[in-house]
Design a protein around this ligand. Sequence first.
Ligand code: GUN
Length: 299
Amino acid sequence: MKNKIIDGTKISQKIYQDIKTEAYLLNKKHAITPCLVAVLVGDNPASHVYVRMKEKRAKELGFISKKIFLDSTITTQKLLDVIAQLNNDNSVHGILVQLPLPNHIDSFKVIESINPKKDVDCFHPQNIGKLLIGEKQNFYPCTPFGVIKLLEYSNIETTGKNIVILGRSNIVGKPMFALLSQQGRFADATVTLCHSKTKNIKEFTQKADIIIAAVGKANFLTEDMVKDDVVIIDVGINRVNDFTQERGYSLVGDVDFKNIFHKAALMTPVPGGVGPMTIAILMQNTLRAAKLLAYDTLL
Ligand code: GUN
């Protein structure tokens, strides 16, 4: 039987090989080492874990990685001041503000204040706007582009396919829609974006050739909702109580993996599917941000 698992860890390794080669050449020719700064506000435990994982990978690649920890009570203005300093610091190539920010902070203002040429998350309205109109750009949104790369490396054609995205977040659902609806290879799809107000989601998912689940609810997508030979990409990372684990929880996706597995053609696991790809694309974007300093050819 063919292997149904799309192994994100393995695919991300291939991307890291290319990054390492390019980073080596950049350093040799221009004496530039990519530098990524992560800004973390407050003490959201999941955010701290994600930032640690990003930092670990950046260091493994020989990048410079810095973290700025700020108190959860910081004002929007103070945070804008921190970002202005990073924007003005030529030794900083990529700036990442880990979301979500505390409720009292104006997240839009914060994202808008990041220099678009250092916006390695591709959250800035200028970068996300370019993505929507299919314009060339320096950065791609990490998770959605990671999903495209998973499809590409697994030879899953998307042209003319019915693709259903579950979830309309600015980080995953909407940019995912923008990428898949463009013209081109591993795009050109008929894309449906379902969300919490969609009536009868099952009617859409049952017709889907590919489902991308990004709703943040454990076991949201169940066996009765999918057709045979569907391809499923699970973006969810949910903590569920699990007292067999020392930490008291385990991580699961949005998909009832166990019960859908026999029906699907291909599936991503959680962990080890989309997660490693998100970080790989972030590193690719950081390298591009550093290259912006060295080459005029980038945008
Ligand atoms: N929060 C959840 N996902 C992300 C991400 O990809 N980047 C940032 N900055 N924050 C996030």
